[in-house]
Design a protein around this ligand. Structure first.
Ligand code: SAM
Length: 230
């Protein structure tokens, strides 16, 4: 997969994408991530990429021209899924991440200020994605969340130790609780079954716990699960 990110703050990405699993995914050539400075595409001689909103109001709006031209140039002749980050987009979840993980090429556009000229969403992007019902200063964090959630789903990115099989949101359940040594930490003991060495009992316990935790913390997911079965 190739992911291109268009931003006015390219320096925000390196520290995250050059560590941990995303770094390994790039080294293993499972993903290529390119970060582009939007200012390189503006026709404005002062490198401006924003302007005042039509109709008045506070703040500035990111102009259509640099984004249209950046996407055209970066895309070339490739088939690319263009995503604009926006609080009014579809709220990201594991299903959306899984669908995006099937794409070969993605471009993510990061907004700033009061947002992006709507013509970008209408004419350039296939999709708008929000990472939750709150307002961020810019789309960079949203882009990183997208890159992370999608990259870890690419075949061969996660090792056995980080397997996806029982992760939260697989089958609309949260993952079972996890414990590590010591078995008795200041009088707080881990459940006996985990020390039993009986793998089928452990698996049964984990399945039950996944349902119990989901009921307790995210009952809405169980509702989805029931609806899916019907
Ligand atoms: N005025 C806009 C509104 O009320 O909807 C908010 C603009 S926000 C300050 C600037 C940029 O941050 C947005 O264009 C978008 O790219 C990004 N952004 C903010 N919140 C986001 C969210 N929840 N999910 C994804 N991107 C977000």
């Amino acid at each position: 997969m190739r992911i291109d990110i268009i931003t006015i703050f390219p320096g925000l990405f390196g520290p995250y994408i050059n560590e941990s699993i995303i770094k390994r995914a790039q080294q293993k050539k499972k993903v290529v991530i390119k970060v582009h400075d939007l200012r390189d595409f503006t026709e404005d001689k002062h490198k401006k990429v924003d302007d005042r909103p039509f109709g008045g109001g506070p703040g500035m709006v990111m102009s259509a021209q640099p984004i249209f031209d950046a996407v055209k140039k970066i895309k070339g002749k490739r088939a690319v899924r263009v995503i604009v980050t926006c609080p009014s987009g579809n709220v990201l979840n594991q299903k959306i991440a899984k669908n995006l993980a099937k794409c070969k090429n993605i471009i993510i556009i990061c907004g700033h200020y009061e947002g992006i000229d709507e013509r970008v969403r209408d004419k350039v992007a296939q999709e708008a994605i929000s990472i939750g019902d709150y307002v961020l200063t810019g789309g960079e964090l949203a882009a990183l969340v997208l890159v992370d959630s999608v990259t870890r789903l690419l075949p061969g990115v996660l090792g056995k130790a980080e397997s996806l099989k029982d992760e939260s949101f697989e089958q609309n359940l949260l993952e079972y609780p996890q414990y590590t040594r010591p078995a008795n930490f200041r009088g707080i003991k881990v459940p006996n079954v985990l020390l039993s060495g009986n793998h089928s009992l452990i698996e049964k316990w984990r399945k039950e716990q996944a349902v119990i935790r989901t009921k307790k913390y995210r009952p809405d997911l169980l509702l989805k699960k029931t609806n899916q079965c019907c």
